[in-house]
Design a protein around this ligand. Structure first.
Ligand code: TYD
Length: 134
């Protein structure tokens, strides 16, 4: 089973340009409690390197491009994000790493919960141990 779940965000475009609307529990499968965005990431820098115990997220690369690696302890997949109308759904207990940010990359993240450092698993060994335990 693939770890890559895309959410197609409807695009409203006309001669003035494009518009995409995001609505929690409508085109995003959870109520959105938090939004953040990552930008100005220097080339060669990698981010992420953690999993969440109880958090769903949708990543939308609204400008530029980046690459995301997803890993559930058994399968490791790499995916390119370069479309403002595609959201990448990341479920809990999924290790993620982000690479190859273009200079103009703006990575928008929608999250199902408020920021909680206690929800993070920042050690890959700890992540694997937790996944194996079920
Ligand atoms: P971090 O989790 O290291 O970012 P990434 O997963 O992209 O590598 O977060 C960077 C800093 O921002 C860290 O000090 C925690 C803080 N932060 C918040 O305060 N609120 C948030 O919602 C997020 C995602 C991070």
């Amino acid at each position: 089973m693939s770890l890559v779940h895309w959410i197609e965000l409807p695009k409203f475009g006309d001669s003035r340009g494009s518009l995409i609307a995001i609505e929690g529990k409508r085109n995003i499968p959870f109520a959105i409690k938090r939004v953040y965005y990552i930008y100005d990431t220097q080339s060669g820098v990698a981010r992420g390197f953690h999993a969440h115990q109880n958090l769903q997220q949708v990543l939308v690369c609204v400008s530029g491009s980046c690459r995301v690696v997803l890993d559930n302890g058994e399968v490791r997949e790499s995916v390119d994000l370069d479309s403002a109308h595609l959201g990448l759904l990341i479920n809990d207990m999924t290790w993620r790493e982000m690479y190859d940010f273009s200079g103009d990359c703006v990575l928008l993240v929608l999250a199902s919960a408020y920021y909680d450092e206690a929800d993070y698993i920042r050690s890959y060994e700890e992540f694997l141990a937790k996944v194996e335990k079920g």
